[in-house]
Design a protein around this ligand. Structure first.
Ligand code: NCD
Length: 312
C-alpha cells in the first residue's frame, strides 16, 4: 500500500486528491468493510474524539460519521442544528472551531456558506473535514460515490456517467465530477434544466482534464449509453424565488419505465434525500444502489478517512 499522505490532513475539496491517494482511501475502505463484517468494530482510534459540527440538516452524513468513529473505537461530540451550543448566542465560526479543537482530534463541519470550511480549517489546529459547504463541495460524499462506482465496475476507465438534476447547486455532484475527471476516458452527460447547469468554471476544469462532455435538458436519448445514472434533488434551500423551485422540482422523475431504456449493467445512484425524483418502485430494481450499497460505503469511506487522518 502507498504512503499515507492523508495523515493530519484537512479534507476540504475533491481537488486535493490524486489517483494514488484515492486508491489508498478505497483500499482502506475495503479493509474497513471487512472489519465491520467480521467483528463489527476495532480499537484503532481508541482515545481519539471527533466533533461533528452541523449548521445544516443531515441524516446520512452525520450518522455515518458517528457510526464510523464508534466502529473505530473513538468517541464523538455531536452538534446538530447547533441551537443548543453557543452558536445560538452569536458565537463566530472561528471561535466555535477553536473551542472544539481543544476537546477533540478532528472536526467534521457542514455549513451553508461556500468556503466556510476553509475558514474553519484556517483557525483549527486539528484536521477539519468538509461535510458540505453550501453549494460548494461535499468531498466525502464524492469519495463514497466514487468507491461505489469503483466496486461495481472494478475499473474506473471508459465510463459514461450521466448526472441529472440541480447541477448548479448540487455539491455532491461538484465533488464527484472532480474525482471522476482524474480517470481516463470518462464521458459525462450533464442533464439539467437550462438555469441549473453545472458552473462554467467547473465545466472548464473537466474539459481541461480531457473529459468528454455533453450537456442537455432531456434524459431519454442517452440512457442506453449510460453506465452510471446519478440523480439529485433540486436543491430547494438554494432558491431565493421559491416559485422557480416549484416549477422545477419534478423536472426529472425516474420510474421503472425510465429503467427499461437503461443498460442492464448500469447502476442508479442518488446521494439522498430524494423528494420525488425517483419512484419508490425503482428501489426494487437490481441496478438501484442508493438504498444499500451507496449508504454502507459511506460509513466505510468515513472510517477509512478518520483512520488515515488520525493514524501515522
Ligand atoms: C446531500 C447534501 O447534503 O449535499 N446529502 C447527503 O449528504 N447525502 C444531497 C442533498 O441534500 O441533496
Amino acid at each position: 500500500m502507498s504512503k499515507n499522505t492523508l495523515y493530519n490532513a484537512d479534507i476540504l475539496s475533491a481537488d486535493q486528491f490524486n489517483i494514488v491517494n484515492l486508491q489508498l482511501i478505497m483500499d482502506t475502505a475495503k479493509q474497513m468493510e471487512k472489519i465491520v463484517n467480521n467483528k463489527g468494530k476495532t480499537d484503532l482510534l481508541t482515545g481519539k474524539i471527533m466533533t461533528t459540527l452541523f449548521y445544516e440538516p443531515s441524516s446520512r452524513t452525520f450518522a455515518s460519521f458517528i457510526a464510523a468513529m464508534q466502529r473505530l473505537g473513538g468517541g464523538f461530540i455531536p452538534l446538530q442544528g447547533v441551537t443548543h451550543s453557543s452558536v445560538a448566542k452569536g458565537e463566530s465560526l472561528p471561535d466555535t472551531v477553536r473551542t472544539f479543537a481543544n476537546y477533540s482530534d478532528v472536526i467534521v463541519i457542514r455549513h451553508p456558506e461556500v468556503g466556510s470550511v476553509q475558514v474553519a480549517a484556517d483557525f483549527a489546529d486539528i484536521p477539519v473535514i468538509n461535510a458540505g459547504d453550501g453549494i460548494g463541495e461535499h468531498p466525502t460524499q464524492g469519495l463514497l460515490d466514487l468507491f461505489t462506482i469503483h466496486k461495481h465496475f472494478s475499473k474506473l476507465l471508459k465510463l459514461t456517467v450521466t448526472v441529472v438534476g440541480d447541477l448548479l447547486n448540487g455539491r455532491t455532484i461538484h465533488s464527484l465530477v472532480r474525482l471522476l475527471s482524474l480517470y481516463p476516458q470518462i464521458t459525462m452527460n450533464l442533464v439539467s434544466p437550462q438555469i441549473l447547469k453545472l458552473p462554467p468554471q467547473l465545466k472548464k476544469l473537466l474539459l481541461s482534464r480531457g473529459v468528454k462532455i455533453y450537456e442537455m435538458e432531456r434524459l431519454n436519448k442517452i440512457l442506453p449509453y449510460t453506465d452510471v445514472l446519478y440523480i439529485t434533488r433540486i436543491q430547494k434551500e438554494r432558491f431565493t424565488d421559491l416559485s422557480v423551485y416549484e416549477k422545477l422540482k419534478y423536472f426529472y422523475i425516474i420510474t421503472p419505465k425510465t429503467l427499461n431504456f437503461l443498460k442492464k449493467t448500469a447502476i442508479v445512484m442518488h446521494p439522498l434525500p430524494r423528494v420525488g425524483e425517483i419512484d419508490m418502485e425503482v428501489d426494487l430494481d437490481k441496478r438501484a444502489v442508493y438504498i444499500k450499497q451507496q449508504m454502507q460505503n459511506g460509513m466505510y469511506i468515513r472510517m477509512a478517512l478518520l483512520a488515515l487522518i488520525l493514524l501515522k
